[in-house]
Design a protein around this ligand. Structure first.
Ligand code: PLP
Length: 278
């Protein structure tokens, strides 16, 4: 793994970075972004930095400038083998509880086997109730709807719950019965030539950069696009269902709650458009 620190550049991976009272560690109080590194460059860096800025604003954390974060990403990538796919994380915590600047650093490591397998073979997904209505969170800014914060313990617990049920990933479902997003991915489906995703503004899910990029270019594959709500039970009648995120690209959901889905002939075309091969 490569580690780079704002202001210091690449440091040995075992270098201590956080103070014991860093609020990122003790409260999950901070923001982050994860992006795909291909050909030695971070993919969709500007879009990720824009979202990191929106996340930091919601938490009232003063993020370093875009130029500083771009330089940090470049320092990490310069130390990486451009022939190898990578996953780059940019992290900004609120800093030490006793005061001081935010803690800002980057890590860059290889893409995991499970991701490569999912791209190739698709994944089994389990629905999990989220316990709130689809549109409940946006009117309560303290719930940090749409912010990519370091508080991912619930997301990781959701993945473990899906794993315990024999699935590879999870799909959160609102109390009023709508599919929202995965703990680390956006839901995308194809129906009647329209590539759809869940509206982020209305629901407070994370606005996925990969899904946005895919929908913005969907015309190249001959699809129309739409943002709409869907119930999980309606996904079986569509022409393909995917989870999208920066490092995995698009992986096809091949079963939902143990009911088979697909395979969709569109998976390979979508992965190619995103620059991934299974
Ligand atoms: N939703 C959540 C909760 C996520 O954590 C992520 C990515 O990590 C996504 C969606 C997908 O976002 P992106 O395509 O920007 O990686």
């Amino acid at each position: 793994m490569i580690v780079a620190l704002l202001g210091a550049g690449v440091v040995p991976a075992e270098t201590p970075i956080l103070r014991a009272d860093d609020l990122g560690a003790v409260r999950g109080d901070g923001v982050f972004e994860t992006m795909h590194v291909r050909g030695g460059e971070p993919w969709l860096l500007d879009e990720h930095l824009a979202r990191m800025g929106r996340s930091a604003a919601r938490l009232a954390i003063s993020l370093p400038s875009t130029e500083e974060l771009t330089a940090l990403a470049a320092q990490a990538c310069a130390a990486w083998d451009p022939a190898v796919e990578g996953a780059l994380r940019l992290i900004c915590t609120r800093g030490p509880d006793s005061g001081g600047d935010p803690t800002v650093y980057a890590t860059l490591g290889p893409v995991g086997e499970a991701i490569l397998r999912g791209r190739r073979d698709g994944i089994a997904v389990r629905t999990l109730p989220l316990g709130v209505d689809a549109e409940a969170r946006v009117s309560s800014p303290w719930l940090l709807a749409g912010a990519k914060t370091l508080s991912y313990a619930v997301n990781m617990a959701s993945l473990r719950a899906a794993g315990a049920a024999g699935a590879d990933d999870a799909l959160w479902v609102s109390a009023d019965g709508y599919a929202l997003e995965g703990p680390t991915a956006t839901l995308v489906w194809l129906t009647d030539g329209t590539l759809c995703t869940v509206p982020a503004e209305r629901t407070g899910i994370l606005a996925g950069t990969t899904a946005r990029h895919l929908l913005d270019r969907a015309g190249e594959l001959g699809y129309r696009t739409d943002e709409r709500l869907i119930r999980p039970e309606e996904l079986a009648a569509t022409d393909g269902v995917w989870l999208t995120s920066s490092v995995r690209g698009a992986v096809e959901i091949r079963s939902l709650d143990e009911k088979p889905l697909g395979p969709s002939a569109e998976t390979a075309r979508i992965q190619k458009l995103l620059g991934f091969t299974a």
